[in-house]
Structures are given as structure tokens and as C-alpha cells.
Design a protein around this ligand. Structure first.
Ligand SMILES: NC(=O)c1ccc[n+]([C@@H]2O[C@H](COP(=O)([O-])OP(=O)(O)OC[C@H]3O[C@@H](n4cnc5c(N)ncnc54)[C@H](OP(=O)(O)O)[C@@H]3O)[C@@H](O)[C@H]2O)c1
Length: 252
């Protein structure tokens, strides 16, 4: 089936140079969207745009470090000048950190993860919401994690950052849904991307023992949920998260 659900739609994907973000940007492009990819690595950004343009014209890479408010200002200035509107946004850019217990974490690590995973999402949402309210509608999806819903030993900063993303999602949905802007989140479990490479290589059996489907996910399995939440098929869904984790976390 070759659906083109996002023909003539303008879509932003942050962190679209790798992993889940890259797969999602390509999935939007395959369905006809004009996609803006925002991340730091220019060479990879240019490659993604090249691939997207096999399916649709008018895609762009904007070099953006979501830790830098001035980069986010610049990104939205370019979106306004180039496209004049924004229909969907997937706030995906995020980092993990080496496994460390709370007492061993530093202020620098707190700032690094919060500035990327939380402040970056919040600042992007501010711009996305004001553009979408002005044009009368839109759909935002934030990337949380299964660890946005529960704790994990040795990952307190990441866990806190992904809980915050769900908090922003729910609160913003209450503010703007009645004006046509839906705000939702995805909560992936283990997905085969560079982010989990080290963890998976160290102890694959431990990871697989947590997942009833007995495999890690692939980036396209998260992309499908993002596109669904942005599509008209999800027109009655707002302020919610979809967990895509192969059943991880369902055991009593
Ligand atoms: N993989 C998993 O198992 C898993 C599970 C749950 C949730 N997630 C979440 O999924 C999202 C994507 O992760 P992934 O697994 O696809 O990892 P990934 O392959 O490492 O991709 C991370 C993406 O985020 C971008 N990024 C990181 N810091 C950035 C910054 N300061 N400014 C702009 N972009 C930045 C990177 O681009 P540049 O380096 O080019 O800037 C890259 O495109 C993250 O939010 C992550 O927390 C992943």
C-alpha cells in the first residue's frame, strides 16, 4: 500500500540524522510531506535530505543544536520564511547517558540531559504551538520513552527527562487541543539505534529477557506510530502516549 497521507503537509523532525528520527523523516517523505530535519551533523543531514527527495520535493536540513535557544530561533525563522506554515512536528532529538546511579551523577550531566531532552522539546513546542494556533491546527508528537512511565536503576536523569516530556505533552494538550492542535507522545522500548548499541552489545540476553516479543524494535516501528498520531486517523487522540515496546513492562 502506498498511502500519501501527508501530501502538501510541512513536517518538522528534530534529530532526524540517525535512528528513529531518520526513519520517521523518511517515512513522512515517502507519504508526500515536505520535511525539515533539524540536528547537528550536517553531512548526515544532507544525506537524509537526498534520500527524502527521491519521494518528495522541498525537504530541508537546518543545522540545529536543540541545547542552543538561538539555533531553535533560527530554525523556526527558516521554517516561517521558507514554508510559511507547519502542520506536524516530531520532537525526537534526545540523548542517553552512561549508566550511573543518582549519587554518582553530576550537575554537568543533569544540564546536558535536561537541556537536550526537556528544554529542547519545550522550546521547540513553544514555536510549534504558536505557528499552529495562528494557522488553526496541527499535530505535535514528542519522544518520551518507556522510561517516561517507570523507573530504572542507574538511569535517573534519563528517566526524569522522559517523565518531563510526558508532563509537557499532557499539559500542552490541555491548553491547545480545543483550538485544533493535538499533542501526543511515543514511548519506545528498546529500539535498534546507535543509542542502545553499547548497552545491547554488553548484555543482549538481559535486554531480551525483558521483552515478551523477544527482540528489540526497529526504527520504522516507532515511525509508524508517529505518523499515525499525526494523521487524521488519530483525530480524537490528544494528550496521550503510545507505548511501542514489544510488550516490555506488561508483566505483573
Ligand atoms: N533507541 C531506543 O531504544 C530508545 C528508546 C526510548 C526512547 N528513545 C528516544 O528516541 C529518540 C531518538 O533516539 P535514537 O534511539 O534514534 O538515537 P540516535 O540514533 O542516537 O539519534 C539521536 C538523534 O538526536 C539528535 N540529537 C542529539 N542531541 C541533539 C542536539 N543537542 N541537538 C539536535 N539534535 C540532537 C541526533 O542528531 P545529531 O547528533 O546530528 O545532532 C540524532 O539524530 C531520543 O529522544 C531517545 O531518547 C530511544
Amino acid at each position: 500500500m502506498n498511502e500519501r497521507r501527508f501530501e502538501n503537509k510541512v513536517v518538522l523532525v528534530t534529530g532526524g540524522t540517525s535512528g528513529i528520527g531518520r526513519a520517521t523523516a523518511l517515512a513522512f517523505a515517502r507519504e508526500g510531506a515536505q520535511v525539515i530535519v533539524a540536528a547537528r551533523r550536517e553531512e548526515l543531514g544532507r544525506q537524509v535530505v537526498g534520500e527524502m527527495e527521491r519521494y518528495t520535493a522541498g525537504c530541508t536540513f537546518v543545522r540545529t543544536d536543540v541545547r542552543k535557544p538561538e539555533d531553535i530561533e533560527n530554525l523556526f525563522r527558516i521554517i516561517k520564511e521558507t514554508y510559511g506554515r507547519l502542520d506536524c512536528a516530531y520532537n525526537n532529538a534526545g540523548i542517553g547517558l552512561p549508566l550511573k546511579r543518582t549519587a554518582k551523577t553530576s550537575l554537568e550531566e543533569w544540564e546536558e540531559i535536561m537541556n537536550t531532552n526537556v528544554r529542547g522539546v519545550w522550546l521547540c513546542m513553544k514555536h510549534e504551538i504558536s505557528m499552529m494556533l495562528k494557522q488553526g491546527g496541527g499535530a505535535i508528537v514528542n519522544c518520551s520513552s518507556i522510561l517516561g512511565l517507570r523507573g530504572e536503576d542507574g538511569m535517573s536523569l534519563y528517566v526524569a527527562s522522559k517523565h518531563a516530556v510526558l508532563g509537557l505533552t499532557r499539559a500542552a494538550a490541555l491548553e491547545v487541543s480545543h483550538r485544533g492542535v493535538r499533542v501526543n507522545a511515543v514511548c519506545p522500548g528498546f529500539v535498534d539505534t546507535p543509542m542502545i548499541e553499547g548497552l545491547y552489545r554488553t548484555d543482549p540476553q538481559r535486554i531480551l529477557s525483558l521483552i515478551p516479543l523477544k527482540r528489540v524494535g526497529i526504527p520504522n516501528e516507532i515511525a509508524s506510530a508517529v505518523l499515525f498520531l499525526c494523521s487524521s486517523a488519530a483525530s480524537f487522540i490528544t494528550g496521550k502516549e503510545i507505548v511501542i515496546a514489544g510488550g516490555q513492562g506488561i508483566r505483573a
